[in-house]
Design a protein around this ligand. Structure first.
Ligand code: URA
Length: 757
């Protein structure tokens, strides 16, 4: 065997070789051995090995080796890349000298992929499942996620299994998927454009895709629109004809897009009446709720075997921020026809898969597609920001940051940079002699240090205000548009629970700090109204579990869950502090909070925290039982499904991730349903609100924030409509065991809204 370049390698020590058969048609290449492998001198003998064993073919021989043969003490990516380079000649020699040339090689994780493709810039999350040519095997290399990443809860186990099944099939002698080929035309005169429109506008289904000069639908140019109406052929309407496409969107055709909310925002800006009837990104999310798997390239690669076609445009995009306007038109059109053709290809496959599953069909047609129209409007409206208040907060927080920094200077006895992890580490571990695990000053490590030490208090406070300033003040200022508003993006496919995610900026996690929320205001002549569901998750838990005691409380006028729980925990004469604890337990239960976390909040013992949780469960036995049943789902490999059709599938369950999965399972049904009730209420009221000159400007899980003309009649009508709808949605979806109640608050600044009778 050719020697690796051990001299230059950052690793060293015992080397672990391969296992399996040297005439195998399939080779699995991992990253590097772990301790178990070092002990047994064979690759994949520990936890990752168990995952790998679950997908190894049992009808054909296989061979398993690693990109790096030594044990890395810490998996620093730069070190691993260097080690992979140093071990590459050994790996190549090993694979070339197998008894028979394998049909396929599976590269598990980044280092194996880097080493086998020679491209150290690739990212496994983007490349997994694609076939890379290589003369080391007949069909080449398939990168897949590393089992250890799956064990850490990253990526989709389902996709991992699919990728390996594909590799196993190739090893058994099947042919690689044939990448689809499409033809396309680019009408060059207005009369050609009109003729094309006339031909297709009333067809049953059109599949569209746009290319743009950036992601911002307010400022970036629309470069072309691809449309396909029959398999494998695309029409590209180029930039200069966009204004002439009005009749195309006035026909009776239903439109399919991939993340259509993005496309229609650009098209509507151009005065085109584009709409989302079908959406392949949302179909992909229905089929796998794990975030991060649904971009067009990836889905096309998974379902169609489409090769990486970004390479066509890459030479014209030297930086991540370079605009597509840099791409020559003919290249852009060539690229666009693949985007559009692939959307058609994946649509045909996924639409049928979703149709076959009644829950997913319900979720897709009744929630996701209508929500995509709703969210287009919320994003388009944006939320008005008071720049004076931004400045005030900036000055206030800067002052607080300085105060906390000077406390740290005082503690240190010299001038110290609180932003420098090296200087902070020296202060905490050397100067002050605090004993922790290692020398890190990250959040987790700080938690291991004495929490009441003045340096820890000051450092935590410093970081908290510094983050508040950079995220919610200076960060927000950067996102402001000319209209004085922020226009975030809401993601329907961003969470495993089905809750919405939001970014650019994230308006769902603005802290409940009045001064920060007061940055968001109503325009002149309008007020803000926020309607939120009262104890939505707890009511869902009561309704789903049918717990008699909970249902009784929610069904009787004079009873309050917080009061009842305070009595159950502390007897009839509880005080306000005890009521706060009861409230924390109530909300804690639906978010899976544990005893230690309650104990920490109330500065009490973990056993007291546990006693509170136990008494809650004793008071509401069926709710307890319901949560317990959900918790068992991952172990029993059961899928949880909500009445809105959302699914929670658990994929790989191991002793390492079991607890996390159980917590996710226990929280999923009520959290997911509460957020869908709000989403449905917003979908229903939006068209009516528009008629009242009212716009939804934010959605936060169980609340809807609107800007409403400041006249008493409209205010009354809006409140009445939204409150009524939020109560009605659960009833219409069959949640009738407990009533749902919504409360409205109003004012001109989001942080200072008041309940008005
Ligand atoms: N992970 C690897 O990449 N290789 C092994 O051998 C074991 C775990």
């Amino acid at each position: 065997m050719l020697d690796p370049d051990c001299e230059n390698c950052p690793l060293g020590g015992v080397r672990v070789g391969a296992r399996g058969e040297t005439q195998a048609p399939i080779v699995f290449v991992g990253e590097s051995p772990g301790l178990q492998e070092i002990k047994l001198r064979k690759p994949f003998m520990g936890q990752s090995g168990k995952v790998l064993n679950s997908v190894l073919p049992n009808d054909i021989p296989y061979y398993i080796t690693n990109a790096v043969q030594c044990f890395p003490k810490a998996k620093d990516p730069a070190k691993m890349a260097k080690a992979a380079k140093c071990c590459n000649s050994r790996l190549e020699h090993e694979l070339r000298n197998l008894e028979t040339k394998p049909k396929i090689i599976v590269a598990m994780g980044n280092p194996a992929m880097w080493s086998l493709t020679g491209n150290y810039a690739l990212k496994i999350t983007q490349e997994r499942g694609k076939l890379f040519p290589s003369d080391l095997s007949e069909h080449g290399i398939i990168p897949v996620l590393h089992p250890a990443a799956l064990l850490r809860g990253m990526g989709s186990y389902r996709k991992f299994v699919k990728d390996i099944e594909y590799a196993n099939d190739l090893a058994r002698g099947e042919s690689p998927r044939i990448p689809p080929k499409y033809t396309y035309e680019v009408p060059e005169t207005l009369s050609d454009v009109n003729a094309a429109i006339h031909k297709i506008k009333d067809l049953p289904l059109l599949i569209g895709d746009i290319e743009t000069g950036g992601l911002n639908n307010r400022t970036d140019p629309l470069l072309c629109l691809g449309v396909t109406w029959k398999p494998k052929h695309v029409i590209i309407f180029s930039e200069e004809f966009i204004q002439d496409l009005k009749p195309l969107f006035q026909g009776s055709a239903k439109w399919v897009w991939h993340n259509g909310k993005f496309d229609i925002a650009f098209l509507r800006r151009e005065g085109l009446n584009a709409k989302v009837d079908e959406d392949t990104m949302l179909l992909s999310y229905c089929l796998d709720e794990n975030p991060g798997l649904h971009d067009l390239e990836q889905v096309s690669s998974d379902l169609l075997g489409a090769p990486d076609y970004k390479y066509m445009v890459k030479p014209y995009l030297p930086k991540k921020t370079t605009s597509y306007t840099n791409i020559p038109k003919d290249v852009l059109h060539d690229y666009a026809h693949l985007d559009c053709g692939n959307t058609e290809g994946i649509f045909q496959i996924m639409r049928n898969q979703v149709k076959r599953d009644p829950s997913l069909e319900l979720l897709y047609t009744k929630t996701l597609i209508p929500a995509s129209e709703l969210l287009y409007h919320v994003e388009h409206n944006g939320f008005l920001v008071d720049q004076e208040q931004l400045k005030k907060n900036d000055i206030r927080l800067e002052k607080q940051i300085e105060e906390e920094a000077s406390k740290l200077n005082e503690i240190a006895g010299y001038s110290i940079n609180a932003n420098s992890p090296i200087q902070m580490s020296k202060l905490l571990y050397d100067d002050l002699g605090l004993k922790g695990r290692g020398r890190s000053t990250n959040k987790k490590s700080l938690e291991k240090l004495p929490q009441n030490h003045p340096a820890i208090i000051a450092l935590k406070a410093f970081r908290k205000v510094a983050k508040a300033r950079s995220t919610y003040v200076t960060g927000l200022a950067k996102r402001l548009f000319d209209d004085g508003r922020v226009h975030p993006t809401f993601l329907l496919h961003g969470t495993k629970t089905g809750r919405l995610a939001c970014r650019g900026p994230n308006l769902q996690n603005i802290p409940r700090d009045a001064e920060l929320r007061n940055q968001f205001i109503a325009p002149k002549g309008y007020i803000l109204i926020e309607v939120d569901l009262n104890q939505a998750e707890l009511r869902c838990l009561a309704a789903l579990s049918g717990d008699e005691a909970m249902c009784e409380i929610y069904n009787s006028d004079g009873m309050s869950l917080h009061d009842e729980v305070a009595t159950a925990l502390f007897g009839p004469n509880w005080d306000s502090e005890q009521k706060m604890r009861a409230k924390a337990v109530n909300f804690g239960i639906v978010y899976g909070r544990e005893a230690y976390s309650l104990a920490e909040e109330f500065n009490t013992s973990t056993s007291e925290g546990q006693r509170m949780i136990n008494s809650w469960f004793a008071r509401f036995p069926k709710a307890h039982q319901f949560i317990q049943i959900c918790r068992q789902a991952p172990m029993k490999n059961q899928t949880l499904v909500t009445l809105f059709g959302r699914k929670k599938r658990f994929g790989l369950v191991t002793k390492h991730n079991l607890k996390d999965l159980q917590n996710e399972a226990a929280n999923f049904p009520h959290q997911s349903i509460a957020s869908d009730i709000t989403l449905h209420a917003a979908i229903r009221v939006r068209p009516k609100l528009t008629k009242m000159d009212t716009r939804i400007v934010n959605l936060v899980h169980d609340s809807i924030v609107m800007e409403v003309p400041n006249n008493p009649e409209t205010i009354n009508n809006v409140k009445h409509l939204v409150i009524k709808t939020m109560r009605q949605v659960p009833i219409d979806w069959g949640i009738t065991r407990v009533p749902f109640i919504a409360d409205a608050k109003e004012g001109t600044r989001w942080g200072s809204l008041k309940k008005v009778a």
